[in-house]
Design a protein around this ligand. Structure first.
Ligand code: UDX
Length: 427
């Protein structure tokens, strides 16, 4: 099939390349000439494992091309995927400006039938709005269908997730649209859910919010574990082995971050609010997430005996491993707090870069930790597990590790003479 993907950000680029990998001819469209130039030259404008190789492969075999020519791209493709951003408005709601722009362009330039699919995370009722925007900007009447096909991929494993989905959700209102989507996904082996557009839109938010709930639940339990001298990772394993609960998303941490969970949870709360429904369980989860970094900082302060004259080495900036994305990363809240307390902060991240004069960023962990009074692990980069902790201890002023991800081998570090503290971790 010939597919147009509008928006070459993170989701759009991955979607386009996975369609190409599945044998479709894809055009990626964006207003941002820099992005298009970079993609056309085979360079990805963000970091994502394995994606650049796939980009180069499909540029070479001409399965994918990129353009800024909106009119031509819309006219030459009957299947149009909308993958533009839906940033957060100040009141927590999702901003649909980009979606509206795209829908109006589709209406304006279409000269025949179009199947318009939203992949961006959009609030319930957006398919209806898209339909109205298209209809309202048509210069002559042409038929079209609007479908919701939400994306569930994670940053850092976007390619794997997009190639191996747990399920595909398709929300449509006509048999013609369902039929075309079945053709597109004809060879997939995963579960395939057909539903109404509104339900598909809500499934996306409800899934992300549920995962956020799981994280906040384990993070709050971790606080109880700290009081009871119980190891929260054992609780997570013990409960997670019940198939009804499941082991994933039960890793205690400094809180969830990223471009999706915080934004999507707020947008769902806004939708509930608009409909006079209270999602109090979700409000509590947001509150746990907001307070989690400060809970850890308080513990750290106690163990350090105050912040004055202290140096803290922060390991990891990105909101999780495998990405350079720092959006809503707990590390930023932590660093901001430490700077305000007058702490000398040095940071390290294998890929993310932090631009501020108030902290020093180093290329190696070894340099970052020199003379530190404590190390604080913010991101679960696997390389931190493999460090030569013996020689790291030599250069520290004080052998204290705060493991905000419970990722290090506490027993081993204790044997080496470290004072180790995890989240809800007792040894
Ligand atoms: C998420 C969803 O997983 C994905 O389906 C959706 O399409 C987009 O949002 P992403 O934001 O890339 O993906 O990251 P994810 O791996 O889900 O992690 C989100 C945050 O939760 C990260 O900050 C991560 O460190 C944190 N997390 C995750 C935990 O603190 N504990 C866990 O057990 C799992």
């Amino acid at each position: 099939m010939k597919i147009l993907v509008i928006g070459t950000g993170y989701v759009g680029t991955t979607t386009a390349l996975v369609f190409a990998e599945n044998g479709h001819k894809v055009t990626g469209l964006d207003m941002d000439t820099k992005k298009i130039e970079s993609l056309t030259a085979g360079n990805l404008h963000f970091y994502e494992t394995g994606l650049e190789e796939l980009l180069r492969k499909h540029l070479q075999n001409e399965m994918v091309q990129f353009t800024t020519n909106v009119e031509k791209a819309i006219q030459e493709n009957d299947m149009i995927y909308i993958c533009v951003g839906t940033p957060q408005n100040e009141d927590g709601s999702a901003n649909l400006t980009y979606i509206e722009q795209v829908a109006k362009n589709v209406g304006k330039f279409m000269k025949g039938y179009k199947l318009v699919v939203t992949k961006s995370t959009v609030p319930v009722g957006t398919a209806e709005k898209v339909t109205n925007w298209i209809r309202g900007s048509q210069t002559s009447p042409h038929e079209f269908d609007v479908v919701s096909n939400p994306e569930f991929l994670r940053e850092g494993s976007a390619l794997y997730d997009a190639l191996n989905p747990d399920r595909i959700v398709v929300g449509a209102s006509t048999e013609r649209a369902f039929q075309k989507m079945r053709e597109l996904f004809g060879n997939v082996t995963c579960s395939y859910v057909e539903t109404a557009p509104k339900a598909a839109e809500l499934i996306k938010y409800a899934a992300n919010a549920f995962l956020a709930l799981k994280i906040s639940y384990i993070n709050e339990l971790a606080r109880l574990c700290d009081e009871l001298n119980i190891n929260v990772t054992e609780i997570a394993t013990g409960i997670g082995l019940d198939k009804r609960i499941g082991t994933s998303f039960l890793r205690a941490s400094l809180g969830y971050g990223g471009s999706c969970f915080p934004k999507d949870v707020n947008a769902l709360l806004d939708t509930a609010n608009q409909n006079s429904v209270s999602l109090s369980i979700l409000e509590s989860a947001v509150n746990v997430n907001k307070t989690q970094p400060f809970y850890v900082l308080e513990k750290m302060k106690e163990m350090l005996g105050g912040w004055e004259g202290k140096k803290v080495a922060v390991l990891g900036l990105s909101f999780k491993a495998g990405t350079d994305d720092m959006r809503e990363s707990p590390s930023l809240i932590i660093i901001d707090y430490l700077i305000k307390k007058g702490v000398n902060v040095s940071v390290h991240d294998p890929v993310a870069t932090f631009y501020t004069e108030y902290v020093s960023q180093h290329e190696t962990v070894e340099k970052t930790v020199i003379d530190a009074d404590a190390i604080l692990i913010c991101t679960d980069w696997p390389e931190y597990e493999l460090l030569d902790w013996m020689s790291i201890k030599e250069v520290l002023r004080n052998p204290m590790i705060f493991d905000g991800r419970n990722m290090l081998n506490a027993e081993k570090l204790k044997r080496l003479g470290f004072l180790y503290q995890g989240i809800g971790y007792f040894y």
